[in-house]
Ligand binder design. Structure first.
Ligand code: ADP
Length: 551
């Protein structure tokens, strides 16, 4: 029997019209050097319609790609909503990629129009020399004449001002009736080898995913929330925060380029932020700032989703105990929209059991069907012990990469091979022990770099710690611990080894250590293990060898 339900497509345009109508009291706040700028959801919706008209005027009349090279601000959010609603695809360019990677992604996506923040226009102009398909550049904010000229490239591109472009357009637009499976946004991920890989989301995947993100098994958003979107709009769909906020009427606080701990804390205080999302390295900085500034009033800040890489339990505990902030640990990847799990503990869990759930990567979402595959290819039980590769499928999981079949091995019978190794409890809580490419293979045994990092970051004198596998003549590979001490502290190798030995198996304790001022980070703020391994190979890390076997 067919259902009697109407077959109305899930479309981004509906989100714009709905949020602009029913949440006139919700706002988008953009941080700036001269204080915050505010726009109501109603005004944002009007701008989205002006933007759609402007896109038509620029010749974007189908699924052409529109690039954005921007911070998190109101205008970027308008592109996030308005470009897909108009039927085009927004390619959010990661502003921290290497120049040659940026050129690659702009050319690969075939961006026709690119929107760029004025603060980023100069470096972007240099890239445009190598992106012949870009016809229009729209700048958000004023730029000096010489930058404008560089963007125009001797007349090869026309340059527009965002506000002027929109102001010339009516705020009404008849949204096209699109297929809900059409592309909306595209994000490139670093992939395992070679060039970045493009993932294209759909109206359907975005709206389903945002519903989960907004729900009480994730961020639990409502109109009374004020969400701080620290995670960039170019990092894996901003974890669904933008659409989830619009959907639930939660005001969105956009930090623009002010991503340092002090302005972030100012935003939380001044805007009475209730929740947010960020990677562990950013939240480590915020924690340090709060610890050093007990006068900061973050009493409104109720919860923050931390993911992108493993959230150290010590970070989660410190926010809870010292600042009353609940950290919701989440796991996911660009390929999974990204949310796959969020660590909300089950009802009834108490004490240590409760915290084990909270420290884990979290409970699987309904639409992220999961299997655990062992090294021999056999499915492993969900018993909290057996480990294997996490493989997933579902309506917000990608089934391929955009115009790139170089990674066919990433997909197996319709399942995405995540490249993450972990275990699952009988009630569907995931613990990630490592990425396949980061796990340390020592004498036939596997050492989890995440376990060692988490343990080390629990030491009071350790600010950050990253662990990578390095070649070893006897064991094949052994762990190397790279430690950033807390300012003013200088923990010794033997002290840290003794500390670790009480927490992990003795044979896992590293012999090689390096104390550094900073761990190199990737373009989205994760420990850059590839860079650490090559620094070790080149001999540029100040490595200290342990002198005695742990007692
Ligand atoms: P990139 O591969 O360029 O870093 P992603 O941001 O998509 O791009 O990375 C996804 C990967 O990040 C996951 O496959 C996983 O290895 C890691 N990751 C994300 N969240 C967590 C988490 N909570 N714990 C451990 N690893 C995580």
């Amino acid at each position: 029997m067919r259902s009697t339900m109407q077959n109305v497509p899930l479309l981004t345009s509906r989100l714009i019209d709905y949020a602009g109508t029913v949440y006139p009291g919700s706002e988008v706040v953009t941080w700036g050097a001269d204080g915050p700028r505010r726009s109501s959801f109603t005004d944002v919706a009007k701008d989205c319609r002006r933007l759609a008209n402007a896109l038509r005027a620029l010749g974007v009349d189908g699924d052409q790609r529109v690039g954005s090279f921007m911070w998190n601000n109101e205008e970027h959010l308008e592109l996030y909503l308005g470009v897909p609603a108009a039927g085009a695809v927004l390619h959010t360019i990661n502003i921290r990629l290497f120049p040659q990677q940026m050129v690659y992604v702009v050319n690969h996506a075939e961006d026709k129009v690119v929107f760029v923040d004025n603060s980023l226009a100069q470096p972007f102009a240099a890239l445009l020399e190598h992106t012949p398909l870009v016809e229009h550049v729209v700048v958000n904010g004023p730029v000096p004449d010489e930058v404008r000229e560089a963007l125009a490239g001797g007349g090869r591109r026309s340059v527009h001002d965002y506000r002027t472009l929109l102001d010339a357009q009516p705020d009404t637009f008849a949204w096209p009736e699109l297929d809900e499976n059409d592309g909306t946004l595209m994000c490139y991920t670093s992939g395992t080898t070679g060039n970045p890989k493009g993932v294209v989301y759909s109206h359907r995947s975005n709206l389903l995913h945002a519903t989960f993100c907004a729900g009480s098994n994730a961020l639990g958003l409502s109109q009374s929330d004020r969400a701080l979107a620290i995670v960039p709009l170019f990092h894996a769909n901003a974890w669904g925060l933008a659409y989830a906020g619009m959907m639930s009427g939660a005001s969105l606080i956009m930090p623009d380029r002010f991503l340092q701990p002090e302005p972030l804390v100012r935003m939380i205080e001044g805007e009475r932020v209730t929740c947010g999302g960020a990677v562990p390295s950013v939240m480590t900085g915020v924690l340090d700032y709060l610890d050093a500034h007990p006068e900061a009033d973050v009493s409104s800040f109720d919860r923050v989703i931390i993911g992108g890489s493993a959230c150290p339990p010590a970070l989660l505990d410190a926010f809870h105990e010292r600042h009353g902030v609940s950290v919701l640990h989440g796991w996911g990847m660009t390929e999974t929209s990204p949310l796959g799990t969020v660590a909300i503990a089950p009802v009834g869990a108490e004490g240590e059991e409760y915290w084990n759930y909270r420290h884990s990567q979290g409970r699987l979402a309904l639409h992220v069907e999961t299997r655990l595959v062992g090294a021999d290819g056999a499915e492993q039980p969900w018993d909290g012990v057996a480990v294997g590769e996490i493989q997933v499928r579902g309506p917000w999981v990608t089934g391929s990469y955009y115009r790139d079949d170089s990674e066919e091995e990433k997909f197996e019978d319709g399942w995405l091979r995540t490249g993450d190794i972990g275990s699952l409890t009988p009630d569907g809580y995931l613990t990630i022990s490592d990425r396949v490419k980061d796990v340390i293979k020592s004498g036939g045994e596997w050492i989890s770099s995440i376990d060692l990092e988490n343990a080390l970051m629990g030491h009071p004198a350790v600010h950050e710690a990253s662990v990578v596998g390095v070649p070893d003549t006897k064991w094949g590979e052994r762990p190397l611990a790279i430690v950033v001490p807390v300012e003013g502290e200088s923990p010794g190798v033997e002290e840290l080894r003794d500390y670790l030995q009480a927490r992990v198996a003795r044979w896992q304790v590293p012999e090689r250590w390096a104390f550094v001022a900073e761990v190199p980070k990737t373009s989205v703020g994760k420990f850059d293990k590839k860079a650490l391994r090559s620094q070790y190979a080149e001999g540029t890390l100040p490595v200290v060898e342990a002198t005695k076997t742990p007692s």
